[in-house]
Structures are given as structure tokens and as C-alpha cells.
Write a protein that binds this ligand. Sequence first.
Ligand SMILES: C[S@@+](CC[C@H](N)C(=O)[O-])C[C@H]1O[C@@H](n2cnc3c(N)ncnc32)[C@H](O)[C@@H]1O
Length: 273
Amino acid sequence: MPVTDGYEAFTDFLERHSGIALGANKQYLVTSRLRGIVRDTGVNDLGELLKLVERDVRGKLRGQIIDAMTTNETLWFRDTHPFEILRDRLLPEYVDSRPTKPLRIWSAACSTGQEPYSISMILDQFKQRRPGALNGEKITATDISSRVLADAREGEYAMLALGRGLDTAQLKQYFDQTKDGRWKVKSAIAARVEFRPLNLLESYSLLGQFQFVFCRNVLIYFSGDLKRQILLKIHQSLLPGGYLIVGASEAVNGLNDYYEMVHCRPGIVYRKR
Ligand SMILES: C[S@@+](CC[C@H](N)C(=O)[O-])C[C@H]1O[C@@H](n2cnc3c(N)ncnc32)[C@H](O)[C@@H]1O
């Protein structure tokens, strides 16, 4: 497919519907990620593909294209610090504040589930240290991609994916081996996590409010303006005194009226003002 035909219109379309800003010279990425869709639809260029999208009133093709264009790279306990900060600092502080309602955590771009399941494992570790301190805690995990959400809900991983961030002891503690040699997240860990589709461009009001929001390694794909809008919406989704945790290469800039930067050495989290 000669992707240069319609490339600009395609990047506009993608950013409008998913926030993902591709930039000028990512034709190779589009070509490789849309290969299957181009083959199945028989289009000759991106302009033709966009015409098909317009005619597809139920939005199925649009969803498939966005799905194909997302980057779903993830791993268990990614960057280590955020999860240690949660266990050793944020959860003790939360419990000591004597909350009246059960803890709610949001993993806002959860990909194939490694992030919310890692959070659930951390809650398990904390509950062992402080028996009875948490009750009825829930993790809401959302993503724009229905493909990764299906994998995440299944909670079954090949050894290769598990090697990325887990040691043997954690594997035995938190997974059951299946008959075909894969590993399934134990039901007690999975039971805390609810997966739901959500586009970060849309409203979050139906999700309710959270004590902690993990929004990691997704803001990097968005423009500065959109990033700001999303961070302001997340601010509204946080309970008073709640915390936002972003990715290692992401920062919350220019929003000092909304978030207070908290240095945990190592690692930074952002407290709702
Ligand atoms: C690189 S992964 C990050 C996964 C995990 N948070 C981590 O840090 O390992 C980025 C995820 O963001 C999702 N994503 C991209 N645009 C999105 C949007 N507009 N709304 C919700 N999720 C989006 C992608 O589908 C992908 O699964």
C-alpha cells in the first residue's frame, strides 16, 4: 500500500479518535500495523481506508484501526518504584487516615493486564503485613483497545511474557500453571480487578472516584494540550488527598494548582491539591 496517499488525513483521524499523535514520518509504522486490515479490506491507500470508515456506521472498522495503531508494550512491576511506593508509603498513609469507604484504584491504560495485576499483588503483600487493614478493595482497569482487554481479562500468559518483571517465587505465589504450559493469574489476585473499555478522550464520570490513579506510559503518545486536558480530568476522578502515578519518562508540568509533586527518592508521585 502506498501509505503516503492519505497519510495526513489518517494521522488527523487517529488523533481525533484516540489522541495518538503520530507525527510526520511514521509511514513505516502505519504500513506495518495496518497490514492485516489493508489485506482484509482490499483498499489501495489510506484515503480509501478512511472512506470505508465513514461508511461503517457501527464503528467496527474504526475500532480495529485504533486497536492496530496502539502500542501495548508493558511488563510486570514496570519500573519497580511506583509499586514499592504504593506498598510502603501510599497504602500505609491511606490506611492510617482511617478511610470509611473501600479503597479504589484505577489503572488508566492497562494494556494486557500486567499493571493492574501487579497492583493487586502489591495489595496482597500489604494485606499480609497489615491484616484487616483493607477490605473490599477494587482495581478498575481500562484501555481503548478491545484486543488487549480480552487478553487482560483472560489473565493467562506465556512464560516469555512472565519473565519480563517476575521472579520464580512471584510466579509460584501469584499464578497457577495451565495444562498447556501457560500461567494464569490466581483467582484471588484477579478477583480485585475489573476490566472496562475506556477511551481517555471521553468522560470518566461513570467510573466514579479513586484514591490512586496509575496513568503510565500512555500520555507520551498525546499532544501537550491533550495531555493537560486528561490530567485535569484525572484530577476530578481523584478523591481528596488521592495520588496520580505517571510513567518514568512522563511528568506533570504546569499544573501546580492541581497537583503537588511528592519526591519519594527514588520516584515521584503527584498528590491532588
Ligand atoms: C504502552 S501501553 C502502557 C501500559 C501500562 N500502563 C504500562 O505502563 O506498562 C499504552 C496503552 O495505552 C492504550 N491507549 C492508547 N490510547 C488510549 C486512549 N485514548 N485511551 C485509553 N487507552 C489508550 C493502548 O491501547 C496501550 O494498551
